[in-house]
Design a protein around this ligand. Sequence first.
Ligand code: IFM
Length: 429
Amino acid sequence: MAEFTFPTGFLWGSATSAHQVEGNNTNSDWWAWEQAGKVAEPSGLACDQYQRFRDDFDVAQSLSHNAHRLSVEWSRIEPEEGRFSDEAIAHYREVVTALRQRGLEPIVSLHHYTNPLWLTKQGGWANPKVVDCFARFAQRVVESLGDQVSYWLTINEPMVYAVMHYLDGVGPPGEQSLPAFLRVIEHELRAHAAGYHAVHAVASAQGWTARVSLANHAQPFPPCRRWHPLDRFAATLAERTYNQGFLEAVMSGRWRFPGRRTMRVHDGRPTMDFIGMNYYGRVFLRSAWRGSPWWGHRCSTQHHPEVTERNFLEWDVYPPGIRQILRWALPYRLPVLITENGICTTDDRQRERFILNHLRWVARAIQDGVPVIGYLYWSLIDNFEWAKGYIPRFGLVEVDYVTQARRVRDSARRFAEVCRTNRLPEHNG
Ligand code: IFM
């Protein structure tokens, strides 16, 4: 591929979430889940970023990033139902101000997997009440930070959240129930729409700019056995429902799930100003008639002939897939922000290859006409990978969890070159 120059104003940076980096997030459902011994290790002090955010943002700035994605922690901001913490809000004002002072565009997620305990006690996302609670929270956050923040993401990976917490049961509340899973998706769609309008109502009353989306986790689902009609059926179903069905519902207000009646989840006005896409790799599906809403289960990548590279957690590494998922956004004619793309690995050269190879396919998607406006690597620093604890290392920057020392990896420097020049060098191969 010849040298490629990204569009002017391209957003370059990385992403994190509150619970995974801040530390001592004691009022959240994930903290309680960890204390109950349900994970490899508890999050504890994490990366202590609640205190060290300025130092970490200095590093991002030194790496030529011009944007940074983070989440604000609902359980800190609203520790009791209807009571907002001035201290937590002041903290996040300092955080977004610190980003701006370093020339980093803040991209703020309102929900990234964790919930305040008072909400969990009332049934969390399975309770329809969450829709109004979330909208009230969104309104309060935007009133407090909206003069500093233009890019908002309501919910991180709504599908993953519903699968992980209500179907696979590997996060709180640990449910494994298809009806609960479907209820949660419906509430996420409604809460996203309510949050979208809440953000815009505040911003327009104040004369602030707001661009609102969510971070949609997109993954191609090839059949495990290409020749097998049932695997192919499962794969097509998953692709339509998981990837495209959710985006369609956000835009049109109609949510279709196989075997269920179509549901109206909002009034039909599109509720996305840009599309946030998270991409990690493919998931191969093998047909199964029980225990999966997609009529298929993930098949192991370990001996799969089409998988040529894996990350530390054995996930497929497949750079061309990023072009594929970006092309899914074409019909919506909206700007697309890659809100996450990353790898956990102990081999930093693999990380460097991962980033450059994915960026080459992003460049192709741009050449295909997808209006990509930015790329955020997951993650700036190593962090708490939920049920897997601290072993997987996703960071551009290594964290020593004993001393909290940071060490910039070589891959981060290589990525910084691209961010600084807004260009991918010529590639022969
Ligand atoms: O760490 C997670 C993040 O919280 C959501 N997206 C995927 C990342 C890697 O698994």
